[in-house]
Design a protein around this ligand. Structure first.
Ligand SMILES: Cc1cc2nc3c(=O)[nH]c(=O)nc-3n(C[C@H](O)[C@H](O)[C@H](O)COP(=O)(O)OP(=O)(O)OC[C@H]3O[C@@H](n4cnc5c(N)ncnc54)[C@H](O)[C@@H]3O)c2cc1C
Length: 360
């Protein structure tokens, strides 16, 4: 992990002159970075997450054959502020010697062995979700999971503040009130919807309008038969590849990542164009098509013991916002997420951090 020059304790709390109560929506890495920073500055924070666990697109799927990183595969560290935050989690993230190549065509022809990369690839252990879970832990009861925010509206008792309407997994409805500001750290389509198409902040809605983010079909497959003593290694010698196959953009051997189960497991990510074209396909049709592509690229024709296809409707930014965050001080609404500047884990972290610092 790159060392930063000025390491300080990560969870030092201060007492602000005017403590405020912030609602943060979305417990991906952007929302958690934002909420933690506000907490460390001494403010009260309530973080709402639709899923049962934090992590967002840094997700892991548990199966009988081991874990898969179903979203982000690894992260890179370019900014000293991200490096500093990671220094406070010793042992949680490990360098992945990915043995990365570029595969050129549908016959698995390798264009470049060992893709030149000056950057280290890092993964959290035992799965990518562990990093966000670790950073969210100090928030305790301030993190409310399984709760989707459906509407932001003026507080019924104090119009200078905001209240949030929420829906639980069991369709239970609640209203949380008394927020001095609301900070959204959710993908663009949800941001647009929660901003009520300009009703809450016309400025924010107008700025977000051009942002575009592509979907991604992901396939996770396991071959426990490859680990039998009579068989040595299944498929290619490389562990990860960027691919120009028309269906597949990325594939990686999950079992090659540090701290993972040794059972042979692969994760494939379809290209943005193919994912968009096949957005309405069923998971079983997508599974069959991606399995064929996998066999063409890797030469592995065995039937996997486990296969699961899932679609991320908003995965990778195509047109970013072009600035780290948005903060409408008059409306007291802010916006963060990877899509503000890019499509990487680090972009999301820095966006959440910069929004919190702007608000403070
Ligand atoms: C398939 C795939 C592969 C990727 N590979 C890489 C990679 O290898 N390296 C890399 O650096 N990046 C990768 N990324 C991108 C990386 O995952 C993202 O940049 C980062 O995780 C985004 O974080 P975020 O906090 O901005 O958003 P998210 O992680 O999307 O977090 C948003 C959160 O908001 C929650 N939410 C949404 N609406 C509501 C609501 N109304 N109420 C409450 N909660 C809500 C969601 O459930 C989610 O938890 C990949 C992404 C995908 C999908």
């Amino acid at each position: 992990m790159p060392k930063s020059a000025t390491a300080k304790p990560a969870d030092r709390h201060r007492t602000p002159a005017t403590p405020r109560h912030y609602a943060v929506i979305g417990a991906g890495i952007a929302g958690v970075a934002c909420a933690r920073t506000l907490r460390q500055a001494g403010h009260k924070v309530t973080l709402f997450e639709r899923n049962e666990v934090p992590g967002g697109r840094m997700a892991s799927a548990d199966t009988a054959f081991g874990r898969f990183d179903s979203g982000a595969q690894y992260f890179t560290v370019r900014d000293p502020r991200f490096a500093l935050a990671l220094e406070a989690t010793p042992g949680l993230c490990k360098r992945w010697s990915a043995n990365l190549v570029r595969v050129l065509d549908a016959h698995g022809r390798v264009a470049e062995a060992a893709l030149p990369s000056l950057e280290a690839h890092w993964v959290a252990q035992p799965g990518m979700d562990a990093l966000v879970a670790h950073w969210a832990a100090p928030l305790g009861d301030s993190l409310i999971t399984g709760t989707q925010v459906t509407q932001i509206e003026p507080d019924a008792l104090d119009p200078q503040r905001w209240q949030l309407r929420t829906a639980g997994a069991d369709d239970s409805q609640h209203v949380y009130s008394g927020f001095d500001a609301v900070l959204l750290a959710v993908p663009p389509s949800r941001t647009r919807a929660l901003l009520g198409d300009g009703k809450l902040s016309a400025t924010l809605s107008r700025k977000i309008e051009p942002v575009r983010i592509a979907p991604c079909w992901t396939l996770m497959i396991a071959f426990p038969q490859a680990n039998q003593p009579t068989m040595s290694h299944l498929g290619p010698q490389w562990n990860a590849a960027r691919s120009t196959h028309h269906r597949v953009a990325w594939l990686a051997r999950e079992s090659s990542k540090p701290g993972r189960d040794p059972i042979e497991r692969w994760t494939l990510q379809a290209s943005a164009a193919w994912s968009q074209e096949h957005l309405r396909d069923t998971p079983s049709r997508v599974e069959a098509k991606l399995l064929r592509a996998f066999a063409e690229i890797t030469g592995i024709h065995a039937t996997p013991a486990h296969a699961q296809a899932l679609c991320w409707s908003e995965a990778q930014t195509q047109v970013p916002l072009g600035q780290t965050h948005l903060w409408d001080a008059k409306a007291r609404i802010g916006v963060a997420g990877d899509w503000c500047t890019g499509h990487r884990v680090e972009d999301a972290f820095l966006s959440g951090l910069s929004l919190a610092l702007a608000v403070i």
